[in-house]
Design a protein around this ligand. Structure first.
Ligand code: TYD
Ligand code: MG
Length: 455
């Protein structure tokens, strides 16, 4: 008896299998395979062609030496938002697909509205497709963003075919789909936002975009754990993945590229949510240093956010705990890295915090993901544990901590030091000035080289 054609797709890597497995045979992740109905024959977006995949009937292609490959250098579209253009590697590339991920409320709709507004004001054809909000809701937001934003044509629609038909009819140079998880293709039975739907939506939009040279910004929701809600498959399909991070309640938000076929993944943009949309923060270091508390438990990290130096305050609190095991809480940092830093601090620098609760926070909602932050975390904790403010305060520092207690060099030491000096922090504690964590603690907190335990 013929069974309905179903396949199983891995929500982590996108691999497909005719059978269900507890563990994905391709990427090894557990419980990621979800059942989907195979697309109806003849429905658009089918992957692979008959006779494709090197079948006996396929004609051989011609391989060309790279130097003979013709490259058309199409000028990029400038979104009018400097930080966004920089993260994209110089603006939107016509015909490309950019995925903008971020948790709800972070400002994805605001950022994309603003970008299209600027493009429309510069005489570009734009289109804003929303499957989440009504046209009236979008207008209310656009009113806050200024006159440019009101120029953008909107379509409130969730049906993929209607969206594609509108894209073909309007021929926008830049188009926003907000969000990819809300569109729905009638060719598949599954609900919007499922692996199959999202793949189908993105694939078919990409086809239209490539053909018409439209730059498409796909908005995607991100779960609390940081992965794109539902399918990661999208990350493979698009040219750039941008991540909008920060906490809704905090002022600062960072935009970084996790993948970029047309530029580096090093650049980070800093934004602030204001009453009239997102404002670029160009003097982030000055603000963070100006606000640094100079109290015990506070140090300034000379970080690199991609290719840009950034000074941020790292704060720690060490307090007696009633819990076993005690709490280790951090914001803006990796928890495992904190555990490592605390272990080295206790074992090699004489600052044990074994039975105390430790809280570490990167101020302003910034997230730091580089090993250069280790020393700042260690010194903030040591300073909090001893109740002694670092000298000088605020103290700028950077460096990675090795498992044997040594400080290890990190990328761009000159640029970090130069940034610190620019904002009046002349003395910078780094692997060049302190070879070990013990020496760094002594240099920052004075000569009390005896084991200290938080009360
Ligand atoms: P939004 O862009 O809708 O977030 P997302 O699309 O990522 O879910 O907006 C996020 C929040 O920002 C929203 O709660 C309202 C606030 N906001 C401002 O503070 N100022 C503004 O000018 C705008 C447009 C929004
Ligand atoms: Mg939104």
């Amino acid at each position: 008896m013929a069974r309905p054609a179903t396949i199983f797709s891995c929500s982590a890597c996108g691999a497909q299998s005719p059978k269900w497995h507890g563990r994905c045979p391709s990427c090894g992740e557990w419980n990621t395979l979800v059942e989907e109905r195979a697309p109806a024959p003849g429905a658009g977006g089918g992957r692979g062609r008959p006779g494709g995949a090197g079948g006996p009937g396929a004609a051989a292609g011609r391989a060309v030496p790279l130097r003979d490959v013709r490259v058309e250098r199409t000028p990029r579209l400038h979104t009018g938002i400097g930080e966004l253009d920089r993260v994209l590697g110089g603006g939107l590339v016509p015909g490309s697909l950019v995925l903008l991920g971020g948790s709800p409320g972070i400002g994805k709709s605001t950022l994309t509205n603003m970008a299209l507004g600027h493009l429309a004001a510069a005489g570009r054809r734009t289109l804003y497709v929303s499957g989440e909000e009504s046209a009236a809701q979008i207008r209310l937001r656009a009113e806050r963003l200024g006159a440019h934003a009101l120029e953008v044509p909107v379509l409130a629609e969730t049906d993929l075919d209607a969206v594609l038909a509108t894209m073909r009819a309007e021929g926008p140079e830049a188009c926003v789909i907000d969000s990819v998880q809300t569109l729905h293709s009638a060719a598949l039975d599954s609900a919007p936002g499922t692996v199959g739907q999202v793949r189908e939506v993105a694939t078919r939009i990409a086809e239209v975009a490539k053909r018409s040279g439209t730059a498409v910004l796909l908005v995607g929701h991100v779960t609390k754990e940081g992965s794109l809600a539902g399918p990661r498959v999208l990350e493979h399909l698009v040219d750039c993945v941008l991540q909008f991070e920060g906490e809704r309640e905090r002022t600062y938000r960072t935009l970084r590229a996790l993948k970029n076929r047309f530029g580096s993944t090093n650049d980070v943009g800093v934004f602030e949510m204001a009453a009239n949309g997102l404002a670029e923060v160009l003097d982030a270091s000055a603000r963070f240093v100006g606000e640094a508390t100079k109290a015990p438990g506070s140090v300034v990290l000379a970080a690199m956010e991609g290719s840009r130096p950034l000074l941020v305050e790292v704060q720690a609190l060490v307090s007696p705990s009633e819990l076993v095991p005690p709490r280790r809480v951090c914001n803006g940092l990796d928890r495992n890295r904190l555990a490592l830093v605390l272990a080295v601090l206790g074992r090699h620098a004489g600052v044990g915090v074994g039975a105390a609760d430790v809280f570490v926070n990167v101020v302003g909602g910034v997230r730091i993901e580089e090993p250069g932050a280790d020393v700042a975390v260690a010194l903030a904790v040591a300073s909090a544990a001893r109740g002694v403010a670092p000298n000088p305060a605020p103290l700028a520092c950077f460096g990675e901590i090795g498992l044997t207690g040594e400080l290890r060099s990190v990328a761009h030491p000159e640029r970090r030091s130069a940034e610190a000096e620019k904002f009046g922090l002349r003395q910078v504690l780094s692997p060049a000035t302190a070879p070990t964590l013990r020496a760094a603690v002594r240099a920052a907190l004075g000569d009390r080289d005896r084991p200290v335990r938080a009360a």
